[in-house]
Design a protein around this ligand. Structure first.
Ligand SMILES: [Zn+2]
Length: 133
């Protein structure tokens, strides 16, 4: 199968739904970059699309432009471990996220940044959206 034959969420969903989906991804982390905790301005594909990564919630994390651009097509965990802001709790959160366990991912992120806006309320509010998707 050629890479262009892959089905992406963007192709399946109308634009409006895609925007809602992007919004809900950012809301999960309180609009913080999953890698460094700065404001998230983009969605990063943990497994790059060039390597077959899908635009699914499990493969898409909120990231700031700096992390997203710097990581580029590198392996997310390998790249992240080399960063100054590396935090093993965040690395665990990313793993949980990839496994679809957003509840655990958010708990780990709260642990890594107790003062950030990541909160359970946000997650509960979005859980129905996530399940509906
Ligand atoms: Zn970042």
């Amino acid at each position: 199968m050629h890479i262009n034959d892959a089905v992406f969420l963007e192709d399946l969903c109308p634009k409006f739904r895609f925007r809602q989906w992007r919004k809900s991804i950012h809301k999960f982390t309180g609009r913080r970059c999953i890698y460094c905790g700065k404001p998230s301005e983009s969605i990063d594909h943990v497994l790059p699309r060039s390597q077959g990564g899908l635009s699914s919630t499990e493969n898409c994390v909120p990231a700031c432009l700096s992390c997203n651009g710097d990581k580029s097509d590198a392996n997310a965990f390998y790249w992240y471990r080399k960063q100054k802001f590396y935090d093993p709790r965040r690395a665990m959160a990313i793993r949980a996220w990839l496994e679809g366990d957003l509840r655990l991912a958010i708990r780990l992120l709260q642990w890594a940044a107790p003062n950030s806006k990541v909160n359970k309320k946000n997650y509960e509010k979005n859980e129905s959206e996530y399940k509906a998707a």
